[in-house]
Design a protein. Structure first.
Length: 549
């Protein structure tokens, strides 16, 4: 008979007890296990007689209460209440016994009831106790190792998550917030925050970049954290740890702080691990991570330090990569603008033409996106196509570009070649593949009378149609060697006339219905209007990010 109890024995222990009961049954003995609260856990009756369950429970409870201190059997933990009962506690902690095992010898008679038989059965019971204690110890160790492995697994998953989310199109704020949220899913704390070094009013200071939970870090507290972390790093420590668990606080903290950990976000300038190197960490630290009040244990420990440092290092790598990527984008867009400016400089009448066409192309694409599906990345690429649409003019003789008066058929043919030349230049650059159609097709016409390929209507890619319209508007409103600039009204009238023949009907109508005069004011003002951005000059850098991410 097997019943359950609130005070549990493991399945392995119960199996061991049942097998033991079956073995001793062959000697004509019954076996029982009882909990300290008087519940019969196991009763194996195979000895040919029925045991008195009340007597069994009473003897077991007595053994549990005394921790096995009844009559000792040969100096061992085994106790006897009479010659018919052998009983012992099962747990390894005699101060808090919870179970007792009992052998009922009442069924033995004659020679079978002699002391030698009892001695032998008693030794079997003792061996059972030792086996159960070894099993319990092993299970406890397995449980500890399993918990540690589970913790390590969670930490590895977190670090993997950080590495897989290091994408160039992820903002610092989103990545750092993800790091905070993921870390608090593993380490239970009241609050966690990441602070980054920023320049505020010409002064460098640490400001909050991400966080979760109950934590408040103002500028004053940030300075204190940075200063105290600096002291710990100079002492050769990997982090600032402080609590009053084993000793008084090293530093004075707010009343709500019971324990605290602060780790640095090092930039690549930090080299070596020597104390002298870390003493100059003000140049190497780009941020700090702080957490307060460990919830599930009294203090942060060395394991926490390793985990927090690993996460902080991942965050630092992401931020540094982002800054390097931004530098790369700025270098790239700067090179493109320098190239297009050099092309525009070949003709004094087209100065700034490429940047204006890029801006107008973006203007048209954004308004078109309000009426038809158009991804932001497509808008960025349309802007870049507008910026680079005349790059092929690098291969055209300046004498032809600057010629006053009517061009010969041969000269005009050379001019028309700039679309194909530009497409050929950009085709050699893998990242520019989606820009090429805009450069190649910006002089195509809906009626098929354009160049270089005479494409008709839907054969012309959207990017080519948009850049072509932007190019025409800027050309009409700019002074040329052979004519004066048109007014905005005149240019719009020309576009209206060209709908369905030179220009796409839908795209042209979207442009005509937009606030073209506001567009004109922005262009005439040198793009100084923010146009929804903190600095419009950064737009080219953002657009380039779609090519090299």
């Amino acid at each position: 008979m097997l019943t359950t109890t609130e005070k549990s024995l493991s399945p392995t222990q119960l199996e061991q007890l049942e097998k033991f009961g079956q073995r001793v049954n062959r000697f004509g003995v019954n076996f029982a296990v009882c909990s300290s609260d008087g519940k019969l856990v196991l009763l194996c009756e195979g000895g040919g007689f029925k045991s008195d369950e009340k007597m069994i429970v009473e003897n077991c409870i007595s053994a549990v209460k005394t921790g096995g201190d009844c009559k000792k059997h040969e100096g061992n933990r085994l106790s006897t209440t009479n010659s018919q009962i052998l009983v012992t506690v099962l747990n390894s902690d005699p101060d808090e016994p919870e179970f007792a095992a009992l052998l009922d010898l009442s069924g033995l008679s004659g020679a079978n009831s002699n002391g030698l038989q009892s001695e032998y059965l008693g030794q079997m019971l003792e061996l059972l106790v030792e086996e159960l204690e070894s099993t319990a110890k092993a299970e406890k160790e397995i449980e500890i190792v399993s918990a540690e492995l589970a913790q390590v697994y969670e930490e590895l998953v977190l670090l993997h998550k950080l590495s897989t989310n290091m994408k160039v199109n992820t903002s610092d704020a989103n990545f750092l917030q993800m790091a905070c949220d993921s870390l608090t899913g593993i380490v239970s704390v009241e609050g966690i925050a990441i602070l980054l070094e920023k320049t505020v009013e010409d002064k460098k200071q640490f400001v909050l970049a991400a966080g979760s939970g109950l934590i408040d870090v103002d500028y004053y507290m940030a300075d204190i954290l940075n200063s105290r972390l600096d002291e710990e790093l100079k002492r050769g420590k990997e982090a600032l740890l402080d609590s009053e668990v084993d000793s008084p606080f090293r530093y004075n903290w707010a009343e709500n702080i019971k324990n605290i950990i602060v780790v640095p976000l090092f930039c690549k300038e930090k080299t070596g691990t020597d104390t002298e190197g870390t003493a100059q960490n003000n140049r190497g630290i780009i941020g700090i991570m702080v957490a307060i009040n460990r919830i599930d244990k009294p203090d942060f420990d060395s394991t926490d330090v390793k985990l927090f440092n690993s996460v902080a290092n991942g965050c630092a790598v992401f931020i540094e990569n982002g800054r390097l990527f931004k530098d790369l984008k700025e270098l790239f867009i700067g090179s493109l603008k320098a190239l297009t400016n050099s092309i525009d400089a070949k003709d004094q009448y087209t100065h700034g033409h490429s940047e204006r066409v890029a801006f107008i192309s973006r203007w048209i694409a954004e308004r078109l996106a309000e009426k038809t599906p158009l991804e932001e990345e497509q808008i960025h690429k349309i802007y870049l196509a507008g910026l680079l649409h005349d790059i092929g003019k690098v291969g055209i003789d300046e004498a032809v570009l600057r010629k006053k008066g009517r061009l010969t058929e041969e000269e005009f043919s050379r001019i028309r070649a700039h679309s194909a030349i530009g497409a050929g230049i950009l085709s050699a650059i893998k990242q520019m593949q989606e820009i090429v159609p805009g450069v190649l097709g910006h002089h195509e016409r809906i009626d098929g009378k354009g160049y270089p390929n005479g494409l008709v209507d839907k054969q012309i890619p959207l990017i080519g149609k948009i850049v072509g319209l932007a190019d025409s508007f800027d050309a009409m409103t700019s002074k040329r060697t052979y004519r004066d600039a048109m007014t905005v009204e005149q240019a719009l009238a020309e576009i209206e006339k060209g709908l369905g023949t030179q220009f796409d009907e839908q795209i042209g109508r979207v442009f005509l219905e937009s606030d073209v005069y506001r567009l004109w004011d922005i262009i005439q003002d040198g793009f100084s209007e923010t146009y929804g951005m903190s600095n419009f000059s950064e737009y080219g850098t953002i657009a380039v990010g779609t090519l090299i991410k």
